[in-house]
Design a protein around this ligand. Structure first.
Ligand SMILES: *Cc1c(COP(=O)(O)O)cnc(C)c1O
Length: 455
């Protein structure tokens, strides 16, 4: 059969509150045209993020009832530990309340002024946690990964030649090498197993540990199985274990590929480093068998890890993004190709060339999607990255709008509706206008700044 159905049926539902365009125009004005400032009950299809917004299974909800809230040594911790260790066989697995807490602990130990940390592309919280220690975060992505139109099976790969030069240049000022799978900031693009092994080899050749930011490890493994020579006959679990077996540790957000609403972990092989990490954990997160989490959260993660490597789920997950991209393509709407794992990115600068980058074409498109269809998306462009440290403004490298797909949450008819809204927008796109910022904080302005539509 050609139709790939959602591999689940629905047991509990959450109503979507229908709104009219007139109502949404009012709400948008009230939110100063910043979609982060909307109440989520005024959103019909919420594609702001895939983080912590997925639907849990009946088995996860049942597991939560077994959550044991003992302060130390809870059976929920041991179930969590076993589920992680089964896929990522690290010596020390330390729960945290989310991914950025694991990063904060790791870089408080490895960062510091004068240090340089390479990755394919650091996610923004990773970069933030590195730079907060005075160290510098470097992105060594392959050239194809920076070109939205370039077709390449593994656009998240690290540039191996540049990494080697980088290691030679910075020597002992490099405390570790990172790799983000999939590459979230680069459009959810995968990293090949070959590239993961090559990065590990170079790190080890220079005597440095290699850490994986594994937030979307299952989506990455699915792409490896589909696209990498020799991987087709293998199970997702086996591919995942291969990816992590060459690493010395990992950071993880369980809000992504663990189907949980909250949680994360830091894993390490180095005993001495793990001891220092646990001391930090106790100071900032909690006792080592619960991190910042409740026992029930550890149960939800453990069960989620069993479910996320299911091939029927992964096939449906990746296929839904391809489906959306194909339909947008047919409407002549430029997207980042090929489809990534967790989101579809629209090239707003290319689609709305009459709006200058400093008038925020991505914001214009995101606001129009909300007003026309009640769809919430996220600008990833000049609003997010345009403000320079000296307070001036520069166009970002790209002006994208991200449609992030929560896991197991929306059905194909929701996606068809999104496509219909884009078709309507295509008719009036030349009438869309840019925006100016009327109020902004000093840092991370996209979350809270205010806009005004230009005449
Ligand atoms: C979400 C994310 C993080 C941070 O995790 P949180 O749980 O949101 O703190 C780090 N890296 C990547 C690649 C992510 O997608």
């Amino acid at each position: 059969m050609k139709t790939i159905i959602e591999p689940f049926r629905i047991k509990a539902v959450e109503p979507i509150r229908m709104t009219t365009a007139a109502e949404r125009r009012e709400k948008l004005r009230g939110a100063h045209y910043n979609l982060f400032l909307l109440h989520s009950r005024d959103v019909m299809i919420d594609l702001l993020t895939d983080s912590g917004t997925g639907a849990m299974s009946a088995a996860q909800w049942a597991a939560m009832m077994q959550g044991d809230e003992s302060y130390a040594g809870s059976p929920s911790y041991y179930r969590f530990h076993e589920a992680v260790h089964h896929l990522m066989p690290f010596r020390h697995i330390i729960p945290t309340h989310q991914g950025r807490a694991a990063e904060a602990i790791l870089f408080s130990l490895l960062g510091g002024k004068g240090r340089h940390i390479p990755s394919n592309t650091h996610f923004d919280t990773t970069r933030g946690n590195i730079e907060a220690t005075g160290a510098r975060a470097h992105d060594l992505l392959i050239a194809e990964g920076r070109d939205p139109a370039a077709d390449h099976p593994f656009k998240g790969n690290m540039d191996i030649a540049r990494l080697r030069e980088f290691m030679a240049e910075h020597g002992d000022n490099v405390p570790c090498v990172m790799l983000t799978i999939t590459n979230n900031a680069g459009g959810g693009q995968p990293v090949s197993l070959e590239n993961i092994r090559a990065v590990a080899e170079i790190a080890h050749e220079f005597g440095k540990p290699f850490f994986i930011d594994g937030c979307r490890f299952a989506e990455n493994a699915w792409f490896i199985k589909q696209r990498e020579p020799g991987q087709q006959g293998r199970s997702i679990g086996a591919i995942v274990r291969d990816c992590f077996s060459v690493a010395d540790g990992m950071t993880m957000s369980a809000k992504k590929d663990a189907f949980a609403n909250i949680g994360g972990w830091l894993a390490l092989n180095d005993d001495a480093l793990a001891e220092r990490a646990r001391a930090r954990l106790i100071q900032t997160e909690g006792f080592p068998t619960y991190g910042g989490l409740a026992g029930r959260d550890l149960e939800a993660i453990a069960q989620g890890l069993h479910e996320i490597i299911d091939e029927d789920y992964l096939r449906y997950r990746i296929r839904s993004n391809e489906y959306l991209i194909e339909r947008l393509d047919a409407l002549g709407i430029p997207t980042v190709r090929p489809a990534g794992g967790h989101a579809v990115f629209i090239d707003a600068r290319a689609w709305l060339p009459h709006i200058a980058p400093l008038q925020y074409p991505g914001q214009a498109l995101a606001c129009a999607l909300y007003e026309m269809g009640g769809i919430r998306s996220c600008e990833i462009g000049t609003v997010m990255f345009g403000r320079q440290p000296d307070g001036t403004e520069q166009p970002a490298m790209m002006d994208l709008v991200r449609l992030a797909m929560p896991r197991r949450t929306y059905t194909q008819s929701h996606v068809d509706y999104v496509i219909e809204v884009f078709a309507e927008l295509a008719r009036i796109k030349n009438d869309l206008r840019g925006y100016e910022i009327t109020h902004e904080p000093e840092m991370m302005r996209h979350f809270t700044c205010h806009f005004r539509p230009l005449e």
